[in-house]
Write a protein that binds this ligand. Sequence first.
Ligand code: HEC
Ligand code: HEC
Length: 235
Amino acid sequence: MNMKKILHALTACAVMTTTLAPSLVLAHGDVTPQAVDIGKLKPLGDTLLKVNPYRGDKEAIAVGLSAYTQNCARCHGIDVISGGISPDLRNLDIDQENDTYFLESVLRGKVRNGAVYMPPFQGIMPQEAIWAIRSYVDTRRDSLAAAAPLNEKEQLAKKSGCLSCHATDAKGVGPAFRAITKKYAKTKNAETKLIAKVTKGGGGVWGSVPMPPMAESASANDIQTLVKWILDGAK
Ligand code: HEC
Ligand code: HEC
């Protein structure tokens, strides 16, 4: 092989790994989106609405429950109780801003720098199906109050956006906090190293999915507090 061919082969390889990373995340659950029967719902047309037109509608809630269970529960949790792998959707307040955000999140998915944290449902789910899911999710908000309260550090982790991808003991998009505690128990300068990593983001240590730069959603002080807490056992 001459040099040019080798270079070509190498670039082909690089392209393959970048496209592979998202599919690996997808492979995490069963990706095949399930068709949603919207026959019983009031048709909404092509213009995307900003407010959920079905809120409180019994038929929509039933359709939403089934659509949610087949398409969303593997990441956001059965009965909309997230185990920490993905955000707990019960936290989204019921108002116009969150309605619009919900619709857009589902249509566009959550893709950053080529990594697919959540697949886009545009072209797969009509807005009728998404509003039905939103109607169902709203009915699950009451169950939040019954959940165990988070301690002060867990609340900080939640406020800083860490719990979208991390949980204390379970692997999510990112490693379990206590797996991180263990891995770095004997590492010198672990605190400095991990503060830099959380601030700037990056991947390659736990797998091919990178962590986004968290400096956008957490202050330097909070990142330091959280890293210390993780190294100390995330209790
Ligand atoms: C492969 C896993 C996966 C599937 C399937 C999935 N999501 Fe997500 N979703 C995520 C992750 C991870 C995030 C957070 C990503 C981030 O922080 O950017 C997210 C974020 C969201 C958000 C924004 C929540 C917030 O608090 O900011 C909404 C709304 C949402 N998902 C709804 C849905 C709905 C509805 C479905 C089913 C139609 C669904 N998701 C399917 C993984 C998934
Ligand atoms: C969108 C998903 C996501 C969010 C949000 C997120 N992380 Fe991560 N985190 C990851 C992934 C993925 C990895 C594994 C990166 C790797 O393999 O190098 C990771 C790794 C880590 C590590 C170990 C890094 C290493 O090099 O071993 C720490 C510590 C960490 N995260 C803390 C946090 C903290 C604190 C927050 C909130 C301020 C946070 N993460 C928010 C996805 C995320």
